[in-house]
Design a protein around this ligand. Structure first.
Ligand code: SAH
Ligand code: F3S
Length: 504
């Protein structure tokens, strides 16, 4: 086990040691790793579905789509593995550990299947895509293998499986965005939700398996995005996070792959919607809702987006802006399309336009060929930016990626771990520094739940995504409240309510 924080992946045992995670639990939602999804029971449905998810928020969102498709096929969800007729596991391939965890779960299903031989088991998501029919051959208990673009085919595939045949569909699509399938969100807190706006990724970072498992990048029709948000608004949701592997690259020109945009008609090009425009539309259409987005690849981030953020008070002043490394040599080897200098310039411009902006990073320690000098460049860049939060990993070679094919995974594990720890230690310092900056301010907080430590306190986040706890008084879930920030621990702000915010 060599990585620490996970964004889009399974958790490391180290996790509990680092309070920084608390800041971002809504983005990653570590509590939901492996949690069985349970949605409203539909009358008359007799079959039982057990579905659990690992990995990124996109996977959690996809499982909600899968559940909503299967509810129409006679299934009701269950939390009890032992009762299930169909067990589905939505999987992650981002690091080796993520796959190991899922394989362990498959062993557990196998034990249950011995007691209940009628139970069928399906693998969904990135591992399904990566390992394809190998799953049916190697993991004998698997009956069904479904890639991330094939969930609409589930009714047919399940029928096949019920008839006693194995079923596989791992075809990646040019168009699929599940725009018209409305995910069911009954496991959520009823206040904040995720809405997918793009699928796939074209960036081909050399270490990353996502372009292979989730296919080429495509964007979802803005109309269907607005409609989905409207339905969430009508259900009293207060905060939406627009979700994609690379949201800043969003481009709707009538459907189709991002890479085919050049071939589109002049009319389609002239009426295309980019991410800044989409964000502007969402914020203007729903002024009472808060908006966040994730993830931003620096190479696709434009200052237009920052200007839209500055224009709307309901767009949260927080950007997850992964850089992976502070070294130009490593950025080049990783096929990131920017230099350290360009990244720093972007960050400087962001702070110039929105001085109170919070930024977070993803970092990879010990990528192929990383020298001590390269590693120091990463620490140096962190000193410059002083990120509020961080998600830090030791490099884990993934089969099929460009790095696996062309580069040597030559940094010893002990060195990777030591460098990772240095990065984490520095991030801890910066997180504390950033948290302390809030003390004395009065900030708008959206109430999202009860504090874990004290049932008499609410928990929410300020615009910068920092967790704030405060006495409950007469306030309730989903209220926007102004909080006077009085003190902090390394990751959590403490304060007292001074009244409802103007948004309420
Ligand atoms: N754009 C995506 C990034 C997906 S991967 C998103 O929405 O989150 C999330 C992070 O995992 C990456 O930014 C990177 O820091 C890390 N990661 C990806 N592949 C990795 C690998 N092979 N080894 C270690 N970390 C990796
Ligand atoms: Fe992966 Fe790079 Fe895309 S990290 S998800 S290939 S932006």
């Amino acid at each position: 086990m060599s990585h620490v924080f996970l964004f889009g992946c399974i958790f490391a045992p180290y996790l509990a040691r680092f309070k920084i995670m608390e800041h971002v639990e809504k983005v990653i939602d570590e509590k939901k790793q492996g949690e069985a999804l349970v949605i409203e029971q539909k009358k008359g449905n007799t079959k039982k579905l057990f579905i659990e998810s690992y990995g990124c928020q996109m996977n959690m969102n996809d499982s909600e789509i899968v559940a909503s498709i299967l509810v129409n096929e006679g299934f009701n969800t269950t939390k009890n593995l032992e009762d299930a007729d169909l067990v589905l596991v939505n999987t992650c391939s981002i690091r080796e550990k993520a796959e190991t965890t899922v394989r362990k779960r498959l062993q557990k299903y196998n034990a249950v299947k011995k007691i209940n031989p009628k139970m069928k088991v399906g693998v969904l998501g990135c591992m399904a895509e990566r390992l394809k029919s190998k799953f049916l051959e190697e993991e004998k208990i698997v009956d069904l293998v479904v890639g991330p673009d094939a969930y609409r085919d589930l009714p047919n595939l399940v029928e096949e499986v019920e008839a006693g045949r194995d079923a596989v569909n791992v075809i990646l699509s040019k168009e699929e965005t599940y725009a018209d399938v409305s995910p069911v969100r009954l496991n959520s807190n009823g206040v904040s939700a995720f809405v997918s706006i793009t699928r796939g990724c074209d960036n081909m970072c050399t270490f990353c398996v996502v372009p292979f498992t989730r296919g080429r990048e495509r964007s979802r029709d803005p109309k269907s995005i607005i409609e989905e948000i409207r339905s969430m608004y009508d259900k009293n949701f207060k905060e939406i996070t627009l979700l994609g592997q690379n949201v800043d690259s969003y481009l709707w020109y009538g459907g189709g792959l991002k890479k085919d945009f050049d071939k589109a008609s002049e009319m389609a090009k002239a009426t295309a919607t980019d991410f800044a425009q989409l964000l502007n539309m969402c914020a203007a259409e729903f002024p009472k809702m808060r908006f966040r987005f994730s993830t931003s690849n620096p190479q696709d981030m434009t200052l237009d987006v920052i200007h839209v953020m500055a224009k709307h008070r309901n767009i949260c002043k927080y950007i997850h802006l992964p850089v992976q490394s502070g070294s130009n040599d490593m950025l080049k080897a990783m096929n990131r399309q920017h230099t350290r200098e360009e990244y720093m310039e972007l960050v400087n411009n962001i702070y110039k336009i929105i001085p109170e902006m919070a930024l977070s990073q993803d970092m990879i320690a010990g990528f192929c060929g990383e020298t001590e000098e390269n590693h120091k460049d990463t620490l140096d860049l962190m000193e410059h930016v002083k990120y509020s939060f961080g998600f830090m990993f030791a490099y884990s070679e993934r089969p099929g990626t460009l790095a696996a094919k062309k580069m040597e995974d030559d940094i010893p594990l002990a060195t990777k771990k030591r460098r990772l720890q240095e990065i984490i230690d520095l991030q801890q310092e910066h997180s504390l520094y950033r948290t302390q900056e809030h003390i004395g301010q009065t900030q708008e907080v959206l109430i999202e739940g009860v504090s874990k430590r004290d049932a008499n306190q609410w928990k929410g986040r300020n615009t910068q995504n920092t967790v704030v706890v405060f006495p409950k008084e007469h306030y309730k879930m989903g209220d926007f409240v102004n909080i006077k920030i009085e003190s902090c621990s390394s990751a959590t702000l403490k304060g007292t309510a001074v009244g409802y915010s103007e948004n309420n």
